[in-house]
Design a protein around this ligand. Structure first.
Ligand SMILES: NC(=O)c1ccc[n+]([C@@H]2O[C@H](COP(=O)([O-])OP(=O)(O)OC[C@H]3O[C@@H](n4cnc5c(N)ncnc54)[C@H](OP(=O)(O)O)[C@@H]3O)[C@@H](O)[C@H]2O)c1
Length: 281
């Protein structure tokens, strides 16, 4: 049984998803979780109503929790770190899910050094199927990393990466759900254009995506090999694939991931600048 006490700072969408997963998994009890949030009463009521998790002030949260999950927007993170800095002790474990803020920047805001883990989940955490990447700071013990893994396993899969790869993770799995939604939207539109109702096209396209993903998951086969199995000489699939190829579909997806990765690096640098300005003030 997990006994560490987990305090969330920020009770928005991602915190809600994580708490839901942690409790539904049965690995964490409600008594092990407390929340701090800036204001926003409707959100508080939603969280408290759904799980009866206590809302507390930052001082109380810091005194009580062994692990702090920082689940505020990146632009709010440095303000939060400034607030909690005096209450940080050596063996508090900090897990930050803020996109584009590196461990070094978090560490440099703290007077007392403590272990810091950075996590990059994605939106599918809300339906417990996130692809989450974790990277660890220098002071993190393997049991602390195991603990972080257990939290994020509650909302999907977990992969450990070097922190230098976090921009790439953001470009691939962080932004990835949006690429898939865009593809799905185009499939539905295509279905409608060739004569199907919106409802039928939506259901057929969604089930086709689900089935294709399930096939890869179950068989572990290479996507290119599976594609080949569907194609018959001079058949329909080859006709469709020919159009995707002539419009550089694969290269376009690769470029999208490159652009998102590059933007993540830029945002990280902007956050570093924001943090440097905050320290000067
Ligand atoms: N959503 C995603 O799909 C996703 C994926 C990967 C990573 N992330 C990261 O997860 C973090 C949270 O994202 P989110 O989508 O959950 O955002 P969100 O729904 O806006 O939640 C952020 C929460 O932080 C609270 N907050 C702001 N300042 C605070 C302070 N000083 N003290 C305590 N609470 C404070 C906000 O309260 P108020 O409402 O009262 O202002 C809000 O409830 C972000 O850094 C984001 O980069 C999100």
């Amino acid at each position: 049984m997990i006994t560490r006490k987990v305090g969330f700072i920020g009770a928005g969408n991602m915190a809600n998803a994580l708490i839901q997963g942690m409790i539904q998994s049965g690995q964490f009890s409600i008594e092990q979780i407390r929340i701090n949030n800036k204001n926003s009463m409707p959100r508080r009521r939603k969280m408290a109503g759904a799980y009866s998790i206590p809302y507390v002030g930052k001082q109380e949260l810091l005194r009580w929790a062994d692990v702090l999950i920082l689940a505020v927007k990146p632009q709010d993170l440095f303000g939060v770190l400034e607030e909690i800095n005096p209450m940080i002790t050596e063996r508090k474990l900090i897990i930050s899910i803020a996109a584009g803020v590196d461990i070094k920047s978090i560490d440099s805001m703290l007077t007392t050094k403590c272990p810091i883990i950075r996590a990059m989940p994605n939106m599918s955490a809300r339906v417990l199927t996130s692809a989450t990447a974790l990277s660890m700071g220098k002071l993190v013990l393997s049991k602390e990393m195991d603990f972080a893994r257990r939290i994020f396993f509650c909302v999907g899969s977990v992969h450990q990466v070097e922190e230098s790869q976090m921009d790439a993770v953001t470009g691939l799995s962080g932004s990835g759900p949006a690429y898939v939604y865009t593809f799905l939207k185009a499939m539905v539109e295509g279905g409608e254009q060739v004569g199907l109702s919106h409802e039928d096209a939506s259901e057929l396209a969604l089930q086709t995506l689900k089935g294709a993903i399930e096939m890869i998951s179950v068989t572990g086969d290479d996507p290119a090999a599976l594609t080949k199995q569907i194609c018959s000489p001079n058949g329909t699939t080859l006709a469709g694939l020919g159009i995707l190829e002539s419009h550089h579909f694969e290269e376009t997806v690769v470029e999208a991931i490159r652009a998102a990765t590059q933007r993540s690096a830029e945002l990280r640098q902007e956050n570093q600048q924001r943090q440097a300005n905050k320290k000067v003030i």
